[in-house]
Design a protein around this ligand. Structure first.
Ligand SMILES: NC(=O)c1ccc[n+]([C@@H]2O[C@H](COP(=O)([O-])OP(=O)(O)OC[C@H]3O[C@@H](n4cnc5c(N)ncnc54)[C@H](O)[C@@H]3O)[C@@H](O)[C@H]2O)c1
Ligand SMILES: [Zn+2]
Length: 368
């Protein structure tokens, strides 16, 4: 098992990554100083596979834990679902010293995290992420929330968990596409700040694809350490945390276009990283060879890097430029690579960005 601390003053907490940790969630909670009644929030897919084990493990704290099962999927990150979660917490008569365990992917983590942040003005939260995306990204950092019908993640709070327990053996049961999309977020850390990690990922790609648990434990830990360092330096996303958006400017615009075959978030980010690496060659001096290596790695784990069109159309350009966070006047704020392992932020005029994008889409498409 790997263990490290996220240093955030009074919100500091431990991160545990290992194999078979689900059965020890109760012990770990105790070691983290938690006691009191427990509510486990999960979704029905994860419940079928892992709820019994976690229930048994937390009996150490509460012989009759409350379990709340959501329907799987993004639509559960809603005000309606949240209201039902509050109802159950109230019915169970949980008090200020209770512990909410978020057992599942990013949907469960975000919603249960927001419930924990707001119920009785804040109760203890344990994140037990079970998707690769949640293990390398969403479980750490304290962003919690739900969607508004008009926009994703519009309602939320920064709220740190008291403990994160990532059991990599839960990744064995993930559907292929859901596992693979998590790899995009994993390689992102190497691309933006760790060249030696990229070398390691290149050597290990076959073992990673076959979900070798020791390799997953190693790379999930590395990813979370990177995220922890970034969050420690910039908890509320004032500056440094923005580099986590590498691949996401183009990625989000692709996701916003449903007609592109319902790309999963990580799949869109993989294409986004390939395109933004190409653009980095022009605007940040990234050697062509480095861009090629990143694209080759993505392809080697089964992620496509091909833009699903040959010419940017109006709706795509709108999706790209509507986000005010990414725009200043006629310029886009991009995260680019100076080299593999080193990110920089740059303002690029939107016109020039679109010319580059059309060139990449029309002719020199990133391979896959
Ligand atoms: N808080 C943050 O910082 C942050 C960062 C990135 C993404 N997010 C959010 O995360 C969400 C996406 O998370 P996700 O990709 O984990 O999706 P998800 O939670 O919907 O999980 C994907 C699917 O996998 C299933 N599943 C989960 N674990 C499983 C397992 N071990 N075995 C088999 N099936 C399993 C789920 O039931 C679901 O059907 C989005 O809502 C996004 O906004 C949050
Ligand atoms: Zn992402």
């Amino acid at each position: 098992m790997q263990s490290f601390r996220v240093n955030l003053g009074r919100d500091s907490h431990q991160v545990l990554v290992g194999q078979g940790l689900l059965d020890q969630v109760g012990e770990f909670a105790r070691q983290a100083g938690l006691a009191g009644r427990v509510a486990i929030i999960t979704d029905s897919n994860v419940a079928r596979l892992y709820l019994a084990r976690v229930r048994k493990a937390v009996e150490l704290l509460d012989p009759y834990p409350t379990t709340i099962e959501l329907e799987p999927g993004e639509q559960s990150k809603s005000l309606g679902t949240l209201a039902r979660v509050y109802d159950r917490l109230v019915e169970a008569k949980l008090e200020r010293d209770c512990v909410i365990v978020a057992l599942g992917g990013g949907v469960v983590g975000d919603l249960a995290g927001f419930a924990a942040a707001t119920f009785l003005r804040g109760v203890a939260l344990i994140q037990v992420p079970t998707t690769l995306l949640a293990q390398v990204d969403s479980a750490l950092g304290g962003k919690t929330g739900i969607n508004h019908p008009k926009a994703k993640n519009l309602i939320g709070a920064f709220y740190q968990p008291r403990l994160i327990v990532a059991d990599v053996t839960t990744l064995e049961s993930l559907p292929e596409r859901v596992f693979r999309e998590g790899l995009a977020e994993m390689v992102k850390y190497a691309a933006i700040r760790d060249a030696p990690m990229f070398d390691e990922l290149e050597h290990a790609s076959k073992g990673i694809v076959s979900r070798n648990p020791a390799l997953l434990e190693h790379f999930v830990t590395m990813s979370l350490r990177h995220k922890a360092q970034i969050v420690e330096a910039d908890e509320r996303e004032g500056g440094l945390r923005a580099i986590l958006n590498f691949g996401h400017t183009v990625g989000h615009a692709l996701e916003a276009r449903a007609e592109f075959g319902g790309l999963l978030h990580g799949e869109a980010v993989a294409i986004g990283m390939a395109v933004e690496a190409k653009i980095s060659q022009t605007y940040a001096g990234l050697p062509a060879y480095d861009a090629e290596r990143l694209i080759r790695w993505l392809n080697s784990v089964g992620l496509s890097t091909r833009l699903p069109f040959e010419q940017c159309d109006e709706p795509f350009i709108d999706a790209l430029t509507l986000d005010k966070k990414r725009r200043k006047g006629g310029e886009l704020n991009l995260v680019l690579l100076r080299q593999l392992g080193q990110a920089v932020t740059k303002y690029v005029p939107i016109e020039q960005f679109l010319i580059e994008l059309n060139r990449i889409a029309g002719t020199a498409q990133p391979r896959d």
